[in-house]
Design a protein around this ligand. Sequence first.
Ligand SMILES: Cc1cc2nc3c(=O)[nH]c(=O)nc-3n(C[C@H](O)[C@H](O)[C@H](O)COP(=O)(O)O)c2cc1C
Length: 439
Amino acid sequence: MPDYQSYAQGSPLEVKVISKRFGLPNSASIDVFLAHEGYQALVKALKMTPEEVINEVKNSGLRGRGGAGFNTGMKWSFVPRQSPKPKYVVCNADESEPATCKDRPLMEYDPHQLIEGIIIAGYAIGSHQGYIYIRGEYRYLMEILDRAIAEAYQRGYLGKNILGSGFDFDLATHTGAGAYECGEETALLNSLEGLRGYPRVKPPFPAVVGLYGCPTVVNNVETLSNVPAILLMGAEAYAKLGTPKNGGTRLFCLSGHINRPGVYELPMGFPLRRMIEEVGGGLRGGKKLKAVIPGGSSCPVLSADQIDVPMDFDSLAKIGSMLGSGGVVVIDEDTCMVKLAWRIMKFYAHESCGWCIPCREGTAWLQALLARFHSGGGLPQDPDTALDASYNMLGKTLCPLGDAAALPMISILKKFHHEFEEHLKLGKCPFEKNGTGAF
Ligand SMILES: Cc1cc2nc3c(=O)[nH]c(=O)nc-3n(C[C@H](O)[C@H](O)[C@H](O)COP(=O)(O)O)c2cc1C
C-alpha cells in the first residue's frame, strides 16, 4: 500500500476536516478511528429524527463531490420515505474522471469515515441496505473496505439493531470492471444489477426509481465522507468553512506541470491562483502558465488569465466552467493544446458506451480528426467542423458523457484557436520538433 506521503506533501494552507486522520499509523483500523471521534456522529444521528439529519445535511451546503454538485440533503429529501419499497444507499466509488484521485485516499486511509457516512445516509432516507460500487482497478481498496466493514459488524455499527437503536443496516462492496461510463449513476445501477453498464433515461431519477426499481440515493465517496463531520461540528460551522451555498472543504487533486502535485484539502472557494502558486509551489522549471483544467477532463479549460477565481461550484459556473470532481490540471506554455484536445477525445472515444449515436460517433470522429490535424494533415475547415460536431453532441445524449467530451473540446477550439491556425500554417505541430506526437 502506498504511504500517505505519496498522495500529498501537505500544505499549511490545508483545512483538514475529512483528511484529518490521513497519515495516522494504522488509520484504516476501527480502533484508530474510534480513538479519533469515530462513530460519534452516528451515535448523534441515531438520537435525531431522520428529517433532522436531512435538514442538517441540507443546511450545511454540502454539494455532491462526484461532479454535478447537487445539494446532498436536498437529494436525500427526494426519497419517498413512505414508499413500501426497500430503499438503497449506493456509494459511487468508481472514481473514473481523468485527473481525479481523491476518493482513493479516503477509502485507503479512512474507510470507517465513509462507512459511517453511508450508515447515516441510510438512517436518513429509511434504507437498510447499502452498496459501495468500486472500480475494478481499485481491487486492493476493496480488501481494505471489506476488512473495515467486517470490523464495523463485529463492533455493532452495522447489522441488526445498531447501537441498540432499533435501526438495521447492511453494507456490501461490489466491483465494476473499470468503465468510465459505470461512474454515471444510472449506468452504475445497471452494472450493480448485473446488466450492461448503459445509462437509463432520466427522469425518473434514482431517488425515486433506482436500484431494482426502488428509491436509491447515489452519492460519491467524498460526499458521504463529509457527513460525519457535518453532524459533529453542526451545519452552520461546516457551511462557514466554504462560500455561500458551497459548504465545507474539498479534496483538490493537483496535477500536471506543478512543483508539488498531490491531494490537498482546502476550503471551498479557495482561490485558484493561490492553489497553483502557494499550495502547488508554482509551475515546474519556472515555466509560464498556459491553461488549467479546473475539475477533471470533462470541464471547459480555463486560460491563464482566468485563474483569479474562487474554486467553488458557482464561481466556476460564472466563468463558463465547472468544479467537477476536483481534478485540477496545471498546463504549461510548452503544451500543445491540439494534442491535449486529441488526448482527451481519445479517452472519451474509448470510453463512450456506444448507446447514444451523437456520443459514439462524435467522439470517435473527433478523435480521428484531431489525430490527423495534429500530425500535419489538417484542413482549413477542420476547426469549424469540430466545433459544429461538438455542439451536435452537447445535450443530445442520455447521459452527460457526450457533454463531457464536447465541453473541453469547445473551450480549446475557442480559447486556443490560434494554435490550430499555427498547425495549419506550419503543416505540423509547432511544439514538437520531430514526429507526430503519438501517445
Ligand atoms: C460519464 C460519467 C462518469 C461519472 N463518473 C463518476 C465517478 O466516477 N464518481 C462519481 O462519484 N460520480 C461520477 N459521475 C457522476 C454521477 O453520475 C453522479 O452524479 C454522482 O455519483 C452523484 O453523487 P454526488 O451527488 O455525491 O456527487 C459521473 C457522471 C458521468 C456522466
